[in-house]
Design a protein. Structure first.
Length: 494
C-alpha cells in the first residue's frame, strides 16, 4: 500500500509525502520485489528534481543488492568502451530489427529488475557521466540478447542506435537498431515504454538521416502518450526536444515563446525540475533574441551554469553554453563566441547524439573561421586549423546522408573560401547556402547566410550586393520574429 501511495504521490508531484512513504517501506524487513518498487520511484524522483548524482547512486546501490554486474560511477576509458562494444557486436552478429524483435521474453525476475535500474541509470548518466552511458547501454543490450526481451530492451536498442549514429557514424546500422526498439515497443506488455522509445529514437537517431522537421509531430505524439500512461518523465523529455527542434528549424520565435511558457507551467506542476531547466534555457535565448527581459535572462543562464558546476551536470552546462553561442553568433559577437568555444570543453560529448550536437558543431566551426579572418600569423593559422578539423566532421555527416547539414556545409565552405581568398568560389557557396537554407525552410539560417554574404561583399567593396543581402537578412529575421536582431541591423544602417 505504501509503495502504491509513493507512486501516486510521485505522479502528482507530492514529493514530501512520497519520500516519507519510501523511507517507511525501506525501513521494513521486506522482500526484494517490494524494495524494488520503491527504489524505482526513488531513482525517478531524485532525477526529476535535478539530483542526478543521488539518483545514480540509488540505482547502482539497488543493482548491487541484486548481485548483478554494476558499472562504476566514473568516466569510462576508450579501451573499456571499445571492449564492451565489441562484445555487443559479437552477440548481435547480423541480426536484423525483425530478428531482435522476435527474441524470447525475459522470464528472470532478478534480471528484469536489474534492466529497469539500468534503464533509469542511462537517463542520469547522459547528464553527468557521458562515457558511462555507453557502458550502461551495452549492458542493457547484452542482457537482452542473452536473457530475452522486456520493456527495458527498447531502451537497449534505441540507446545502441544513438551510439551508432552519433558516436560512430554508422547511420544505417543505428537506424536499424532504432527500428528494433520500435518493433519491440509495439508488442503486448510494452505500453509503459512507448513514450520513451519515441523520445530516444526521434531525439538521437532519425535526425541523422531524415529532415529535422519530421521529428516534430512524432515527439508531440510521444508527449501525449507519456501523459496518457503516466510516464511524465518521457512526456516532458519529448516536449523539451520538440521545443528545440522548433527553434532549430526556424519557427517564428513568438509562437515558440508561448509554447515554452506553457510547457514551464506544466513541468512545474509535474515537478519536472531537471527537464524544466532545458526549457528555461531555450526561453531565455528566445526572449533575448526578441529583446525581452535580456538582463534577467543573462542572470538565469549564469545561475544555471553555476548549478551545473556545483552538481557536476555536464549536460546542463553544455545546453547553456550551446545556446549562449547561438546568441553570440546571431548578434555577430565573434570575440565572445571564440572565448566561449575555447573555454567550454567538449560540448559535443556532453550533448551526445542530439541535434544540439550538430548545431553546436556548425556554430563552433563558423566561430573558428571568423576568428581566423580577423587574426594574423600563428593565431590565424591555429583558428583555421581548428575550423577545418570540425568542418571535416560536418562533411562526414553530409557524406553519410544527413540532409540537415547541407546548408550548414555551404555556409562554412563559403567562409573558408573567403578566408583563403577564393573569391569566386566563396560567392558561389554563399548563393548555394542561401538557396538550400530557404528551400529547406530554415528561415533563421537563411537570415544568417544573407548576413554573412553581406559581410563578404562589404569586404570586397561591393556596395550594391552588401546592401541587398543586408536587406534580405533583415527581412528574414523579421519573418523569424527576431526583433532585437532587426533593431541591431537598423542601427548599423543608420
Amino acid at each position: 500500500l505504501c509503495s502504491d501511495g509513493a507512486n501516486a504521490c510521485f505522479l502528482t508531484g507530492d514529493l514530501d509525502t512520497m519520500n516519507d512513504l519510501i523511507d517507511e517501506v525501506l525501513s521494513k524487513d521486506i522482500d526484494t520485489v517490494e524494495k524494488y518498487r520503491v527504489s524505482e520511484i526513488k531513482v525517478k524522483s531524485l532525477h526529476a528534481v535535478g539530483k542526478v548524482n543521488e539518483s545514480i547512486d540509488a540505482a547502482l546501490n539497488f543493482r548491487r543488492q541484486l548481485g548483478l554486474p554494476t558499472p562504476q560511477k566514473k568516466p569510462a576509458s576508450k579501451f573499456t568502451i571499445a571492449r564492451e562494444y565489441m562484445r555487443v557486436m559479437r552477440l548481435l552478429k547480423k541480426k536484423t530489427a525483425e530478428d531482435i524483435a522476435n527474441l524470447p521474453e525475459l522470464d528472470d525476475e532478478r534480471q528484469e529488475m536489474g534492466q529497469r535500474m539500468n534503464e533509469l541509470l542511462a537517463v542520469c548518466a547522459f547528464q553527468v557521466q557521458p562515457t558511462m552511458l555507453a557502458l550502461i547501454v551495452f549492458l542493457l543490450t547484452t542482457t537482452t540478447l542473452k536473457h530475452g526481451l522486456n520493456p527495458s530492451s527498447c531502451d537497449a536498442f534505441a540507446g545502441l542506435g544513438m551510439i551508432l549514429c552519433g558516436r560512430l557514424g554508422k547511420l544505417e546500422k543505428g537506424c536499424e537498431m532504432a527500428k528494433a526498439a520500435e518493433l519491440i515497443a509495439e508488442q503486448p506488455g510494452m505500453r509503459r515504454i512507448t513514450s520513451k522509445t519515441i523520445f530516444v529514437t526521434q531525439s538521437f537517431c532519425y535526425h541523422w538521416t531524415e529532415p529535422l522537421q519530421d521529428t516534430v509531430t512524432p515527439l508531440l505524439e510521444g508527449c501525449q502518450k507519456g501523459l496518457e500512461i503516466g510516464d511524465t518523465d518521457s512526456a516532458c523529455s519529448c516536449l523539451v526536444v520538440r521545443s528545440y527542434c522548433l527553434y532549430f528549424t526556424g519557427r517564428p520565435l513568438k509562437s515558440i515563446q508561448e509554447e515554452l511558457e506553457a510547457s514551464i507551467e506544466v513541468m512545474t506542476q509535474l515537478r519536472q525540475d531537471a527537464r524544466k531547466m532545458r526549457i528555461v534555457i531555450l526561453l531565455a535565448t528566445v526572449k533575448k533574441l526578441r529583446g525581452i527581459d535580456t538582463e534577467a535572462g543573462d542572470e538565469k543562464m549564469d545561475s544555471l551554469l553555476a548549478t551545473a558546476a556545483a552538481t557536476g551536470n555536464f549536460s546542463l552546462a553544455a545546453f547553456v553554453n550551446s545556446m549562449k553561442l547561438e546568441v553570440f553568433v546571431i548578434f555577430q559577437q565573434w570575440e565572445e563566441a571564440i572565448e566561449l568555444v575555447q573555454k567550454s570543453g567538449n560540448i559535443r560529448l556532453a550533448l551526445t547524439s542530439a541535434f544540439n550536437t550538430v548545431r553546436y558543431t556548425f556554430l563552433q566551426t563558423l566561430t573558428y573561421f571568423k576568428a581566423a579572418q580577423s587574426a594574423s600569423g600563428k593565431k590565424r593559422k591555429q583558428m583555421k586549423k581548428c575550423g577545418t578539423a570540425t568542418l571535416k566532421v560536418i562533411q562526414g555527416w553530409a557524406k553519410n546522408g544527413n540532409v540537415n547539414v547541407v546548408h550548414y556545409l555551404r555556409i562554412l565552405e563559403a567562409e573558408l573560401d573567403f578566408l583563403q581568398g577564393n573569391v569566386k568560389k566563396a560567392e558561389e557557396s554563399f548563393k548555394a547556402a542561401i538557396t538550400s537554407s530557404r528551400r529547406n525552410g530554415f528561415r533563421n539560417d537563411t537570415a544568417l547566410a544573407h548576413e554573412l554574404s553581406s559581410s563578404f561583399y562589404k569586404a570586397k567593396g561591393d556596395e550594391y550586393w552588401t546592401n541587398y543581402h543586408l536587406e534580405c537578412s533583415k527581412s528574414c529575421y523579421q519573418e523569424w520574429e527576431c526583433s532585437e536582431k532587426v533593431k541591431l541591423l537598423d542601427e548599423s544602417q543608420s
